[in-house]
Ligand binder design. Sequence first.
Ligand code: SDX
Length: 432
Amino acid sequence: MSDKKAYLDCDSCEERIELDVLSGTVGPDAVDITQLYGGAGLFTYDPGFLSTASCGSAITYIDGDEGILRYRGYPIEQLAAKSSFLEVSYLLMYGELPNEDQLSTFTNKIMHHTMINEALLRFFEGFHCDAHPMAMMVGVVGSLSAFYHDSIDMQDEAHRELAAYRLLAKMPTIAAAAYKHNVGERVMYPRNNLSYVGNFLQMMFGLPCEDYAVDPLAERAVDLLFILHADHEQNASTSSVRLVGSSGANPFACIAAGVASLWGPAHGGANEAVLKMLEEIGDASQIDKYIDKAKDKDDPFRLMGFGHRVYKNYDPRAKIIREVCLQVLEKLADSNNPLFELAHRLEERALHDEYFLERGLYPNVDYYSGIIYRALGIPESMFTVMFAIARTAGWVSHWMEMLKDPKHRIGRPRQLYVGADQRDYVPMEERT
Ligand code: SDX
């Protein structure tokens, strides 16, 4: 809170309205309009929430102009260089970096919730073999609530924590099972003696007829990508989880809503869309044609992986991912990867074009991630699934934070009604 005030002189009101101004730790102040409708009969209007803070949160801070991203105050660059996905998950959930015992206990708990009910495995048999894995994720994650009745009392903190652990632990198992269904292979069961990412890779690429050795390069690259995708403030999917959770819905239904929202090509579905775009462009000779298409208001084509609601500068994650991309490709003796070359040329061309510069359109987290996933043998249809696994850490952290917030209440936005005024029913015989 601060003692700052904002004042609203409004033709719709008889007197000047005084509003409190709230200050956070860092970042823009916020005008508190919670009493605006009750006190002055006014709504605010902000489609897409460009200027609206939906809550107070201590989890992630973003400065879009400076290209800053911090999880619980720690810069993403430091966490990317020094941390691990499970350590970051603990940090997001509990607010502090774990000590050795805490991390070991947390890891052990997560790695002992990796199995899913055998009946749930049979759900995959009901999907067509070419079902999109995100469609399977939405369905199966939501169905977890049919199996875990012992962790859905939202008023019980132990239940909330157990549900969060189950979700973090089971997302890789569900994701890998969806992939195995697509490729017609038998599901690989979790190996709890492996790392979180190592276990995921063996469930994805392991075969029952041979031993599987986790590739340390892939293990480190995926763990790093999971760190970078773990949370991002009040993005569309996290806001979906919060809104669904605000009604007291069970955590599995909330995370299923997050998965569904993330799937959109304007959000987490962009990483898959980037690869499709690069394949459509084909080679550097076509770059100018597609840059023109992206700028043409009459053409629905957009440069996928470019632009962001908050970042009007480089997405700090994109910079890190581009470096990782180069390292992975070099170690895979694929440093002349044509897709990476094309992506880099396209980025260079766009960042010398006034249209992109004046709108602050830079590469975002989705621009290079797909190139790494493909280099590691992960198919395009699984790219957003990878995002969902990682973002589960952020989703459960925001869900827990919201339920612990004494101010939280059911989310119920209002509207500016622009439809018909009152009118009387028209009998059929009088209609034209
Ligand atoms: C993620 O919110 C998050 O934090 C999300 C995320 C996370 O970690 O959770 O960071 C993950 O979703 C990253 C974004 C991935 N999506 C894409 O890469 C899809 C392509 N990008 C665009 O669809 C768009 O940039 C958005 C959706 C990301 C942002 O949309 P906004 O904020 O609503 O911006 P806008 O559509 O109002 O665009 C502003 C202007 C418009 O032109 P004008 O009307 O001003 O002339 O920029 C143009 C847009 O036409 N524009 C683009 C463009 N993105 C915006 N033009 C061409 N190509 C693009 N990619």
